[in-house]
Design a protein around this ligand. Structure first.
Ligand code: ISL
Length: 552
């Protein structure tokens, strides 16, 4: 397996609106990121991935871009970005940006032109269709509720939008569109950017028949009709040949519908498309029949299997992305750990899981201090368009709205978007004024300043674990095998290469559990949080404890 810097990297994801406000408008900005670079560097990470910072009307907080070449003035504009890129590089870090190229904002110049007339030169930049039987061209539903089609009275046609109506989908069939996007990539690479995370890249090639869907679950329609369209791999290969291969950069494609079968096609190095993908097999694990806002408990066996299946799928020619949270999902400690009495222990366990699996590890801001889900009193306190639309739909369907508020508490994307908790001061040190989204009330105890001073904190555990992974490349590249797959609360696996072998045990439960392994070799326990030398391969794990043992 070829070794490269991005395989060995730990990536730190920043949601700029929620990171640090320096201008006193309640919204995080790029100068705030610059101010906090020492924090990021202190973790030992290698790469920063910035969620979109371009000009945007913010219907979906930056995932609706109105100018791909302009840094939003809210975030400090181009001068702030120039400074950030320079400082990031001075610190030996790299900077990855977000490419949102499945759709633009409806306020992008291409779209304002496109909707003017059927013969406008930009008309074919988007997907326009005549209606059927007095309604939209088909019965497709958008990710954020309602039809994927919006009627535009001026030219009396509908345009396609998989997300909100302010996010019209680009027409990748049009070579001019592809050229525009490749030029955007070129523009940022020329400035020295080190890579891109590509938003919903699995959706760019459309199913040109636009068939009616008979599926009840939106997720099934997405997988069967929206994702992995017929030309997806042609487009990505073209992008690679036209732009990506010329630079020493990293790419990670995000996308619904990426599964064990098609995932390797995106990332097999021989195919020259992308370096990595984010799949959602573990992230949609708690979605019930009605989707994310119809949650079911996480099935632990399925959770464990996802990691093994993906490791096996990518080990011959691809590379994985290891993550447990991002700006679109609830906090990882609230979903997969116990954010009440075992918040600290379970946040550490999840970190230990991240840093002992094969793949490039992604850490989402705030997870390094164990930030948890929030529970605002009222829907009016929520900002996220997905949450607000799901609320409206539930109300229209006559659901019990008290119960639905509980669901919002556990599922809303705003759980991951509450302001970063820097210290115990006003507004958690995020801003001098009331932030755009409410600060989590636990900020007085859960914050960077407090954990920085505490050697046993989650924050210092992240630093230790990242250093540990750096010292032991076996954890990056080594083989993976799950042990005792059916165990009800232990996630146990081996990692090994020709030099070393590790045994990793995680207790995903509130009880003390013993585990026996017949692995040979003298095992010794690593990491401060663990207890004594183990005897006879009989291990006892405290609630939410991890033990990492170096066998050879
Ligand atoms: O957020 C989700 C589940 O709650 C996903 O279905 C998500 O919408 C999907 O993975 C695409 O996400 C990306 O594109 C969206 C944007 O809203 C997300 O923030 C982004 O990560 C549209 O650009």
């Amino acid at each position: 397996m070829k070794k490269t810097w991005w395989k060995e990297s730990v990536v730190y994801q920043i949601y700029p609106r929620s990171f640090k406000d320096t201008t006193g408008n309640g919204i995080g900005d790029i100068y705030g990121i610059i101010e906090k670079l020492d924090h990021i560097k202190s973790l030992g990470v290698d790469v920063i991935w910035l969620c979109p910072v371009y000009e945007s009307p913010n219907d979906d907080n930056g995932y609706d871009i109105s100018d791909y070449r302009k840094i939003s003035e809210d975030f400090g504009g181009q001068p702030a970005f120039d400074q950030l890129l320079k400082k990031v590089h001075e610190k030996g870090l790299k900077l990855v940006m977000d490419l949102v190229a499945n759709h633009t904002s409806d306020e992008h110049y291409w779209f304002t032109e496109s909707k003017k007339s059927k013969d406008n030169p930009y008309r074919d930049y988007y997907i326009w269709k005549d209606g059927k039987n007095g309604g939209p061209p088909n019965n497709w539903e958008s990710f954020f509720n309602g039809s994927t089609w919006e009627y535009e009275p001026n030219t009396q046609q509908y345009y396609l939008h998989y997300f909100t109506k302010k996010q019209p989908d680009l027409n990748w069939e049009n070579p001019k569109v592809r050229k525009e996007i490749f030029d955007v990539l070129e523009y940022w690479f020329q400035q020295g950017v080190d890579g891109f995370r590509m938003d919903v890249i699995s959706l760019i090639s459309k199913n040109l028949d636009y068939p009616y869907t008979g599926f009840e679950k939106l997720q099934d329609t997405i997988v069967n009709y929206y994702a992995n369209g017929p030309k997806i791999h042609d487009y990505l290969h073209e992008m690679n040949q036209e732009v990506l291969r010329k630079y020493d950069i990293m790419t990670v494609g995000e996308g619904p519908g990426i599964d064990l079968k098609n995932g390797p096609l995106y990332v097999d190095a021989a195919r020259q498309e992308l370096d990595m993908v984010f799949h959602f097999d573990h992230m949609f694990i708690d979605c019930g029949l009605g989707g994310k806002y119809d949650p079911v408990p996480v099935d632990f066996q399925t959770f464990k299997n996802v990691f093994g299946q993906w490791d096996a799928a990518l080990k011959n020619g691809g590379w994985g992305s290891i993550f447990l949270g991002n700006h679109d999902f609830s906090r990882m400690v609230s979903r997969f750990g116990n954010d009440k009495e075992y918040r600290e222990a379970s946040a550490k366990l999840l970190a230990a899981l991240l840093f002992t699996l094969r793949g490039t590890v992604y850490v989402y801001q705030g997870d390094e201090i164990g930030m948890t889900n929030v529970a605002y009193d009222s829907i009016d306190d929520y900002n996220d368009v997905e949450t607000c639309n799901a609320w409206k739909a539930a109300k229209a369907a006559g659901q019990d709205m008290d119960k639905f508020l509980d669901i919002v508490h556990s599922q809303s994307r705003d759980n991951a978007r509450t302001p970063m908790q820097w210290d115990s001061g006003l507004y958690s040190g995020f801003s001098a004024v009331k932030p755009w989204l409410g600060v989590h009330p636990n900020y007085k105890t859960v914050n960077v300043a407090a954990q920085d001073k505490d050697a046993d904190s989650i924050l210092n555990f992240y630093r230790d674990m990242i250093a540990f992974r750096k010292e032991h490349r076996t954890l990056v590249y080594g083989d993976y095998e799950c042990l005792d797959e059916g165990h009800a609360s232990i996630f146990a696996y081996r990692r090994w290469d020709t030099d070393h072998e590790f045994l990793v045990l995680h207790n995903f439960s509130d009880a003390t559990v013993s585990f026996s392994s017949d692995l040979d070799g003298e095992a010794y326990v690593l990491l401060k949080s663990n207890l004594a030398l183990q005897q006879q391969h009989q291990f006892e794990l405290a609630p939410w404890q991890t033990k990492i043992l170096k066998l050879t």
